[in-house]
Design a protein around this ligand. Structure first.
Ligand SMILES: Cc1ncc(COP(=O)(O)O)c(C=O)c1O
Length: 359
């Protein structure tokens, strides 16, 4: 069957040249006669792959030298627990901004380890907005301030780095990493699961300021201690080697396409195209405030909700898949990550216009 356009929120569409390269190299990596799947993670070939992975990531996001880059397991969800355990130091509290489903999860998990101060919340708006930063309550006794840069389910994205009033700023960038240039030095730590803009699931990147990492709870087992992971180049135990390799291929592809600056422009254009169709229509509805509408994940409903099943069925028949909304949110959602080509968005908006005309 021909490849379709996959709008899934993650694991998500991967660049076709990356899949082709992985396929071509699967049996014998770089003429070694050995598959990446079969290599020792301590051998020279895999060491090359790992070093290139880190170098490319650092280059793409201009990561400063005093920041560590880790490639961990457990997804962003594991970091929800590891962040307080590693960053609290002698503090008992941490500040969190609540802008949607993933913020709430981060808050819930942090609650196992510390007192959570909710600095601001958009729950009253049904998570359709970002609370005005002027009104955030930032507790100076807290160890850090956490926010979710892009809410994958609610479709809400920060376009500016918020002021953390001197606290180390920590951000979950799972669904918008590598889609905008970042001044990493403004952050204590950022983290992201790879399975949206960066590769397959099974890899989580953590970028953290070296000084901040020294605060980890001494009772933490090394595997869960960011400073220990940094000391061992994330190789304390066997990493998911194939996933690191594939992530590396995606980073090389990202560079070949013009890097993060090019994807910032492309993401804005792709999202604008889809929002335009939604806003001009009387069938499609997206209620997120315009100043924080996500470029990555665009949730929408139909004015006649009974038509949703028909929409999904016909979209699939037209080679447009992965458009069903999150199981908790319902409705529909189109995710437009870096690997979604402009042609895919064009096909989607044309389908949506035709569907509206017919119905
Ligand atoms: C913003 C955000 N944070 C955290 C997660 C959880 O990631 P994982 O399932 O890899 O733990 C997701 C997953 O979609 C997400 O979109």
């Amino acid at each position: 069957m021909a490849r379709v356009y996959n709008f899934s929120a993650g694991p998500a569409t991967l660049p076709e040249p990356v899949l082709e390269q992985a396929q071509a190299e699967l049996l014998s990596w770089h003429d070694t006669g050995v598959s990446v799947l079969e290599m020792s993670h301590r051998g020279e070939h895999f060491t090359d792959i790992a070093e290139q992975l880190e170098a490319d990531f650092r280059e793409l996001l201009s990561v400063p030298h005093d920041y560590q880059v880790l490639f961990l397991q457990g997804g962003a969800t594991a970091q929800f627990s590891l962040i307080p355990q590693n960053l609290l130091g002698d503090k008992a509290k941490a500040c969190y901004v609540n802008t949607g489903f993933w913020s709430e999860k981060a808050i819930e998990y942090a609650g196992y380890h510390c007192q959570v101060v909710v600095s601001a919340s958009s729950v009253a708006s049904g998570f359709q907005s970002i609370p005005d930063t002027a009104g955030w309550f930032i507790d100076r006794e807290a160890a850090y301030l956490h926010y979710t840069a892009n809410e994958t389910i609610n479709g809400v994205e920060f376009f500016n780095i918020p002021d953390s009033a001197g606290l180390p700023l920590v951000s979950d960038m799972s669904s918008n990493i590598l889609t905008q240039e970042l001044d990493i030095s403004r952050f204590g730590m950022i983290y992201a699961g790879a399975q949206k803009n960066m590769g397959p699931s099974g890899v989580t990147v953590v970028v953290a300021n070296g000084e901040l990492l020294a605060k980890a709870d001494a009772k933490l087992a090394p595997l869960f201690n960011y400073a220990e992971q940094a000391r061992h180049k994330s190789l304390l135990n066997t990493p998911p080697t194939f996933n690191w390799y594939l992530t590396g291929l995606v980073l090389q592809w990202t560079k070949s396409q013009g890097g993060v600056a090019a994807f910032a422009r492309r993401s804005a254009d792709k999202a604008a195209r889809l929002y335009q169709v939604i806003d001009q229509s009387s069938l499609y509805i997206n209620s997120v405030n315009r100043d924080c509408r996500s470029r990555m994940n665009i949730p929408f409903t139909l004015a006649e909700s009974a038509l949703e099943a028909c929409f999904l069925e016909q979209a699939e028949a037209n080679g447009l898949v992965g458009l069903k909304g999150h199981r908790l949110a319902g409705g529909l959602r189109a995710s437009l990550y870096n690997a979604m080509p402009e042609q895919g968005v064009k096909a989607l908006v044309e389908f949506m216009a035709e569907f509206e005309r017919v119905h």
